[in-house]
Design a protein around this ligand. Sequence first.
Ligand code: MEV
Length: 421
Amino acid sequence: MTTNHNQKFYEKTPDERRQLLGKQFGLSKTELAALAADASPAGNQTIENYLTDYRIPEGVVTGLVVNGKEYTVPMAIEEPSVIAAACNGAKMTAYSGGVAAPEQDRLMIGQVVLKNVANPYLFKNRLLKQEDEILKVANEAYPSIQQYGGGATGIRVRCPEDFVIIDLLVDVVDAMGANMVNTMAEAVGHWLSAKGQTVVAAILSNYATDSLQSVSCTLDFADIATDQLSGADVASRIADLSFLAQVDPYRATTHNKGIMNGIDAVMLAAGNDWRAIESGAHAYAAMEGQYRGLATWHVVGDKLVGKMTLPMAVGTVGGSIGTRQLTATNAKISQIKSAPELAAVAASVGLVQNLAALRALATSGIQAGHMKLQYRVVAMRAGATAEEAGLLAKRLAGLDHVDEQVAQQELSKMRKEQAHD
Ligand code: MEV
């Protein structure tokens, strides 16, 4: 390889970049070969300064029933216990008919923000009167969406502090729609600048309050009972934990982290921008001024009832979705055909994920289940090969205390025993 020193880093080939970093940071031949082995031409077309594809494990949650239909949903996640918990939650809810997820209303919001408006409230009324003209400007900037039945459909105007904000409401059909909404918002921004207004920003809002998804489920006590605790006791403890997440932001954050474990993993496997969903979810969790748990659980008669509503501005077309073969394969597995269906299923995964976490917390504690799956990770960290990890994990499960050092000692014991066999 000849190195062209005048070339900027981003102009180099992935191999040149890897070699350069190899020299700079002392990467071994094996490390460089591993980076090269996972590299893909598509990845290099996608981002700047590309090196390789960073892979994480993908599995499926099975037996998830949503609106009476059974789903197998791909989830991409590195945390060992998430898919196991999702399957557990899916199974518990399926006994009593699964999750109900009414089809969401779906509009995205593009913000056009103005400042230095002489009389904001007078101007607001003028803008509202010009709604048709504003929508025309937006739709002319992205006409192709109208052939799919979408487009800019309305505006709202707000005046917080010294700003005037036009919320442009856009039906993006099955797309995530970020590019579309940004293009439309910028067009409206330019139109207003040309009229002498000072435009501060023209950009999509990820606080997708016009794309809310609600999910709910009702469980029989019998389906959540454990060997040690009656279903009624488990239900009442889950309801306590749910209340705790309404009043204590420290617990609410972890409660919601568990929900997003499931939703993010589905989003990633479906090629969606999971950061957009994350930020919208957390903003919604704080909409009353205090950050709260997104899902709530109540005992109603002899049932446990779970409910959750959150913004789910998801897509099944557009963005990076079409550029990855794996995303298309995952859509075949999930059999999800539209964005509203993806929103319903992903939110349902979030709800059952929360159920499984709260039930574990309310009964044996999280670590009991987690550690069984964690042992494999500890085994790998201690240097076990993929073949050795299963056996070592079993041996670790039988010990009172496990950490990386213990796992290393156990691994060398295991290897010695195997050498003698
Ligand atoms: C771990 O990733 C998520 C949990 O902590 C969620 C929760 O506590 O509700 C188990």
